[in-house]
Design a protein around this ligand. Sequence first.
Ligand code: M6R
Length: 634
Amino acid sequence: MCGIVGYVGEQSAADVLFSGLARLEYRGYDSWGIALAAPDGLQVRKKSGKLAGLRDLLATETLPGTVGIGHTRWATHGRPDDVNAHPHLDCHGHIAIVHNGIIENYVELREELRRQGHTFVSQTDTEVIVHLLERELADPDALRADGGYVGEYARSGAPDALLTAAVAATIRHLDGAYALAVLWDALPDCLVAARKGSPLIIGLGQGENLIASDIPAVLAHTRRVAILNDGDLAVVRAGGVEFLDGGLTAVTEPEIMEVEWSLEAAEKGGYEDFMLKEIHEQPTALRATLQGRFEDGRVQLSELTLSDAELAALERVFIIACGTSYHAGLVAKTLIEKWARIPVEVQVSSEFRYSDPLVDARTLVIAITQSGETIDTLFGVREARAKGAKAFAVTNVVGSSVTRPEAADGVVYTHAGPEIGVAATKTFTAQIAALNVLALKLAQARGTLTADEIARIFAELNELPGHIEQILLHQDDIRSCAESGCCVNACTSLFLGRGVGVPIAMEGALKLKEISYIHAEAYAAGEMKHGPIALIDASVPVVGVATDGSTYEKVVSNIKEVQARDAIVVVVASEGNESIRNRVDHVFYVPRTSELLSPIVATVPLQLFAYYIAKSRGCDVDQPRNLAKSVTVE
Ligand code: M6R
């Protein structure tokens, strides 16, 4: 959600900003903009629409400057038009800022600034920030006279003293979340960045430094990356970066990491889309996530820093997550309850925080978030810890906000590699794999499964990557079914499952609706006759998750009920189930697994099904409309 890139170096800032922003396209956006420090002042270009607009502009116009900030905006306050696009400028065009997040008190601030003579041109919350900065910079004496850390820094004699002090003074007024970058024409060789609640990383290069919302934007320049701590600021110059905490004290040892994955990992690698590439990366992602997790007859999960005695004493598990991650949580509920015999509640994060949840020191809270930046989940974790619970995160993004010590008590990483397509695919199956490990760890600590049983389950888990490879070999069958008129032209569809098949039906429906814009609803199959069956006729495809398991016959009965109402039926079934072939319109076979491990294999055909339907409808599968990869607003 919103992408920020900033550059200070020797190359053309406009070019660097364009390529950086292009690498952040996956986050979702509807307008773009850049501001450059040019010899005759700030140069700003911004427009609604996709980055192709900036590419076309750069093909016809040479924009000077080696320092600049860029932004892709996902509209929250105000329409996605040229005026609301970032950067935003002060009244006189000397200061430019880009911002990700939401300023919750912007209405009051805007009124106050208006009364003081500031003129606003956009409907955004962001614009107040640049006017606050203008107010601070207009009165350097007042900045220097400030009795606290702002004044101290303003008087420090640092070359960037006034701007940095002004940024620090400004953010004291802001309620809400922000990652922001500031460019001031009076200090054209430096950027000041700050963050609270929204992601921002610093790329540390040779003779050049960058800021960005995410790592892919800086990888063409450097693999050395520092994550800006929440509440901190950074002063970025070509020759170095100064890290400051919220009180403007130097952070002398910022946490710097060497990014292990390459730029290629964040490129399409010959596939038509990131989504298809990422679907195909699932075997590798799963192997990496499971690697080393069962050794010497024991589940290895030291990241879960609770002792076996503490795990055994747990009375309850709460899982919080959003979207696809929530579906992984629903799968985990069954695994944990069956294997570790602890009651599990799963709640969408945005509801959890405001529900006065019944968590305490005997509750384990598991926050599942691919990006590690979903604000609702971050707030949920904070709420759980405030109530005394231990909270652990399952995430795919090293260094993301949820991994910070101030966010969670510990982190279990999925090792799926960067996921660029907005639709979560490989990270979903990797999350389920990690949650299998976590459930087995709980079962081991509580003695609810024997060592042999755990070893047997691990052996089967390790077969899953190979099973997915088998499914991918048959993707053309799924493609022809998806492309058939009944699916591509449907207006609505129903996904059914039972038991662990319910979250998989939900995930299948989410994939279809988010990338193809066909309405899709998921139901526990037994519930269908309590209402949704009224929707069924020959125009409604019904997709059933009918892999082998304890409720298989029940699912088949529910399928017969929709067939009796003329529905077209597509099912995911276990290999060897020949009898179903003649009973339904299409079958996607998946290798046989035990029931509790079926979610991973059953998901893959539904991802491909949604993918091929969306492609046939001409949809942009990697960047579906209105969606963002990482949802950093409530
Ligand atoms: O990064 P997170 O896992 O916290 O994201 C949660 C949802 O926004 C996400 O799973 C979303 O539903 C998917 N992109 C859908 O494919």
